[in-house]
Design a protein around this ligand. Sequence first.
Ligand SMILES: Cc1cc2nc3c(=O)[nH]c(=O)nc-3n(C[C@H](O)[C@H](O)[C@H](O)COP(=O)(O)O)c2cc1C
Length: 318
Amino acid sequence: MKNFWLELPRPFTVLAPLDGVTDFVFRQMIVKFGKPDVLFTEFTSCDGLQSKGKKKLEGRLMFKPNEEPIVAQIWGANPKDFYETAKYIKKLRFSGIDINMGCPIADIIKGGGCSGLIKNPKLAAEIIKATKDGAGGLPVSVKTRIGFANESIEDWIGFLLKQDLAALSIHLRTVGELSKTPAHWELMPKIIKMRDLYAPKTIVIGNGDIISFQEIKEKYKKYRCEGFMVGRGIFANPWMFNKSKNVEEISVKERFDTFLKHIKLYEKTWGNTRNFANLKKFCKIYINNFKDAGEYRKKIMESKSLKELTEIVETLRN
Ligand SMILES: Cc1cc2nc3c(=O)[nH]c(=O)nc-3n(C[C@H](O)[C@H](O)[C@H](O)COP(=O)(O)O)c2cc1C
């Protein structure tokens, strides 16, 4: 089975998993704007996928070949669910499987999943093994943080590096820091030293506060991790993976047209099955960076249905 992580350019770019944002529709938009080297799905519950509610979650794992290589990100606390889910993901023909060990949502941590696993390495190891057993050779990776309450890269990252992972994405903050403090990029050289020692084959991806491709080039020279994952940076510039597009030159008309295309694809894909409030919020991404953009966004946010939203955006565009 092909390990796509080994075939990527250096440095390579990754679109971060962003729940409620990087669904199938937005990923399709990103692919058209300028494709990152790797895409991730939003995190999806293994527990949910193994329950009667499975149908409701299946859309989260929808993708098209133009997104490849694409990684399905899953979360949970029960190794058996990971085993079954990994088998299912393999059947869906994803390029890889990623285990979320970094999400800081309190209820999820209480249930033992995501960043709760930082406090329970024994269960984390069982989950990694169960996922690999079910993955049928698909590369298995982990996305995590540098520690729970305090930075603990020697223990936690050191432990993960001994699990024979294909790749490890590290959001360079502790769980306690949420996304509030600057990411601790200064820790990356130590992480790379540990990787070279314990797991020379594991690809390391740094994550936190990246806002441009230029920054990735600079960080690659300085920190030497192979990959760079961008999350909120795409809120300010969803064209950022397109090296020849200057965001300052994007016209107001193109911005409105792009938002309309997004709305139309959303309607075709999800109809009324997803949270409409999330769709409206995309105006913050597209309708900005020009005079009066705030006024336009205010009007857009007042819409109460897909039909109304489409009409408002069409009227404002003209
Ligand atoms: C709205 C939102 C949703 C997120 N959803 C996920 C998720 O589903 N899985 C995950 O591993 N991380 C998730 N994250 C964390 C991001 O992937 C990323 O690690 C974090 O935003 C730091 O990167 P950045 O500074 O480039 O944004 C989410 C973050 C945000 C802001």
